[in-house]
Design a binder for this molecule. Structure first.
Ligand SMILES: Nc1ncnc2c1ncn2[C@@H]1O[C@H](COP(=O)(O)OP(=O)(O)OP(=O)(O)O)[C@@H](O)[C@H]1O
Length: 256
C-alpha cells in the first residue's frame, strides 16, 4: 500500500480552481516530484497535505490512516515534515538550536516534568541534543552548529531547514523548491543529500522548478497544470508526454 494516497482533491479560491480533482499515490522510499508551470496548484497541494488549508473535496490516506477533511493537520503529527519556499528559521538562534526546536514536538515528557527537571526529561533532552548534532553532521552543517542561522549562507540555510524537518522523525519529507536560489554546486550537494535521505528510508516529496535536477533525482513525478494532474510517471515518460510539452511550451511559458 502506498505511503500516501490523495484522492479527488479539489480546492477553489473564489473563481480559481487551484486543485481540480487531483489523485496521486506516493510510494514508500521514493523521491516524488510535483512539477508544473506557475499557478499550477503545487503549493496548494502541499498546503492541503500539511493542513494549512482544507480541501473542498477529496481526501488523503497517509500511512494507512484515512484523514477526514479538516483533520489534515493531524498529519504532521503522523509523520509529514515540510520545508517552505523561503526558509523559515529562527534567525537569532544557532543552527543547533533550530534543529532542537524541530525535535521538540517529539519529546514525550510533559510540561510538569520539564519544570521539575525530572530524570526522564534530562535523558530525553540529552538524546534530543545528540540527535540534533547527528542531523547537523548528516546535512553537512556539523561545523556550523554554533553559528546563528542568520549568518549562514543561502544553501546552508536550506540544508538547516531540512535538518530541522528531519528532527521531527518524519515518514515523508515535503520540500517546497529546495534548490531555488542555489548555485550549481549547492544543487548538486542537495541532490546527494536527498538521495541519502531516501536511502535511509525517508520518502521525499518535492516541488522543484530546476528541471535538470528533478529529472535526474526523482523516481516518479506528477505534472500539474491549472489545478489538474496532466501527467504522472517516471521522468523519462513524463518528459516526452505531449500534454506536458504543451503545458510548458505551448503557451510560451518556461516552467515558472
Ligand atoms: N490563499 C489563496 N488565495 C487566493 N488564491 C490562491 C491562494 N493560494 C493559491 N491561490 C491561487 O491558486 C492557484 C494555484 O496556486 P499555487 O500557489 O498552488 O500554484 P504553484 O503551482 O505552487 O505556483 P508557483 O510555481 O508559482 O509557486 C493560483 O492561481 C493562485 O493564485
Amino acid at each position: 500500500m502506498p505511503l500516501l494516497q490523495a484522492r479527488g482533491l479539489s480546492k477553489r479560491y473564489g473563481g480559481i480552481c487551484a486543485l481540480d480533482d487531483v489523485s496521486l499515490d506516493i510510494h514508500r522510499g521514493e523521491i516524488y516530484a510535483l512539477i508544473g508551470p506557475n499557478g499550477a496548484g503545487k503549493t496548494t497541494f502541499f498546503d492541503v497535505l500539511t493542513g494549512f488549508c482544507t480541501p473542498d473535496a477529496g481526501g488523503i490516506v497517509f500511512d494507512r490512516v484515512v484523514l477526514a477533511r479538516g483533520e489534515v493537520r493531524a498529519v504532521a503529527a503522523r509523520g509529514i515534515a515540510r520545508s517552505f519556499q523561503n526558509a523559515r528559521l529562527f534567525d537569532d538562534l544557532t543552527a543547533f538550536e533550530n534543529v532542537l526546536i524541530g525535535h521538540h514536538g517529539r519529546l514525550a515528557a510533559g510540561a510538569l516534568d520539564a519544570l521539575l527537571r525530572g530524570r526522564r526529561t534530562r535523558e530525553e533532552e540529552a538524546r534530543a541534543a545528540a540527535f540534533a548534532r547527528h542531523l547537523l553532521d548528516y546535512v553537512g552543517l556539523g561545523e556550523h552548529a554554533g553559528t546563528l542561522a542568520e549568518a549562514l549562507s543561502y544553501g546552508d540555510r536550506r540544508r538547516l531547514e531540512i535538518a530541522r524537518a528531519l528532527a521531527a522523525g518524519p515518514l515523508l519529507l515535503a520540500l517546497d523548491e529546495p534548490a531555488a536560489g542555489m548555485n550549481p554546486s549547492e544543487s548538486a550537494a542537495l541532490a546527494t543529500l536527498l538521495r541519502r535521505i531516501r536511502a535511509d528510508g525517508t520518502t521525499v516529496l518535492l516541488i522543484e522548478h530546476d528541471m535538470p535536477l528533478v529529472m535526474g533525482l526523482c523516481d516518479r513525478m506528477a505534472v500539474l497544470d491549472a489545478g489538474r494532474k496532466i501527467a504522472e510517471g517516471t521522468p523519462a515518460a513524463v518528459q516526452g508526454d505531449p500534454a506536458v510539452i504543451e503545458a510548458y511550451l505551448g503557451r510560451g511559458r518556461h516552467g515558472g
